[in-house]
Design a protein around this ligand. Sequence first.
Ligand code: F6R
Length: 599
Amino acid sequence: MCGIVGYTGGKDCVDIIIDGLKKLEYRGYDSAGIAFEEDKGIDILKAVGRVDNLEKLVRAGKVKSHCAIAHTRWATHGKPSVLNSHPHCDCKGEVAIVHNGIIENYDELKKELSSKGHKFASETDSEAAAHLIEEELKKQKDFFKAFASAVKKLKGAYALAATYKNAPGVICVAKKQSPLVIGQGKGEYYLASDVPAFLNHTNKAIFLEDGDLAKITCGACEIYNLAGVKQSRKVNVIKWNPATAQKGGYKHFMIKEIFDQPQATKDTISTLPPDIKKAFGITPAAARKIKGLYIVACGTAYHAGLCAKYVIEHFAKLPVEVETASEFKYRSINFQKDWLFIAVSQSGETADTLAALNNAKQAGLKALSICNVVGSTITRASDYTVYTHCGPEISVASTKAFTSQLAVLYSFALNIAKEQGSLAKTAFDKLYKEFKNLPSLIEQTLKDAQQIKKLAKAVYKSNSYIFLGRNAAFPIALEGALKLKEISYLHAEGFAGGEIKHGPIAIIDKGMPVVALAPKGELYEKMLSSCQEVGARGAKLITVTNTPLKGAVEVPYTNEYLFPILAVVPLQLLAYYVSDLRGREIDRPRNLAKSVTVE
Ligand code: F6R
């Protein structure tokens, strides 16, 4: 996720652009840049870190402009640095682009353009778009037509905006799978990844659709599809209050991030082809030599690792040891040299996870990290890194990072199973196809949010909650309990379904909410009997399943090992709604920090 802002019109737009970038910092804040038109052509200023750093440069340069595009970055390809920050230019510095999304064929494009003499300055996928436009401008002088031809060659997701020295006052934009909205003023147009960026100036918004291209000048906004046919798009009047608009109209970042999950998993899965080398950087030969896995993480990321243990053991038949980093690092482990170490961390800065990773590295193990923050310490200490592409997670309680971590680990499980010969090609292809559909299944699951809200209303006065799961859904029971306790401050515990009769059932009391995860499969009946055991003691049961069952929350049907990624969504919602009904400070729960950088 990154944020794009643009303006063309009669005003000096420097303040508009800086203010817009600040409103979009929730989408990325590792570097920022602006391309502004001035008398001699296009000038570019960039700075690493927050938009404040860019603002200092802009103020010092006494910049004035009537047409500009700008960007606040959340690194995906290439570390946060001035060179990698947007805008990117063509070889002559005449075309400037800003991009949000992932250009999947950038490698091919880069090779092709380099062979034609183009010189790339950054490690980003985005820069290819600038050179592609330059190449098309050789064939034809019309900026918009050249832009459209270049866009047709892009694969992947993009919200793209470009300016060109020889077309003053013109901004060309294109959208596919990444958000882009145009603000309509009087004799001026705004451009942004999200409405709050221009809501202080206009509340008239045109939401572009996938496949739309637009040519924006101060007096007109013409929209076309990729075939060149003119499109008409509605001008919407936005009634949001500018103060809450940054959360996309949601009350808290947490609920926004829960609803971000279809996009976050989609962006993550788009970087995970069914090929272990391309997706994880591990060669098939190296993958075949792996004899087992240590997965180490903390909190929510630990639950993702624990869930992966069941999935990897099932599909790849490899032994997996999973442990919280704060325990793992103090154990005297006789490390198995042919095991792979996997660290899972949203922030990539968690001190316990880093210490455990360093222990494994010192013992001579290869390490793979799964992180959300590009260039973070854990990624730098690892041999292989795979990123979740969630954009910044602002709410302290982790949600979208968790489902994306699960997606990466699920892809890893299938890919390693294929390489180890424990999953036949046809079965692999079928499972991978189902996996690719996950974002739309999460979207479907979110449609039941109102049902969960009603359930929350029925239980929120309870002071104690139990979550039950078996097999790969057991870690989801732990995660459901963690989510609830960290933001509601209520007592919540997760147990393995079969374990409650060995002690915990003693605490079940009349009216105590018990959330049971019961996917259709081998352990379905067993889970239903655990439900009966607690139901007979008066528990208020909430069952989450993937098959029709009276009164239950039903998520879409998938194989049992994908169920956890869907089943956690109603649990996140339950935690959110209970805490909201309790009036808690949801995005910043007491005593917690987003990134725990002390051991
Ligand atoms: C829970 C939560 C924490 C983190 C844990 C690890 O909602 O956010 O439990 O999951 O502190 O953090 P990362 O993933 O940054 O290593």
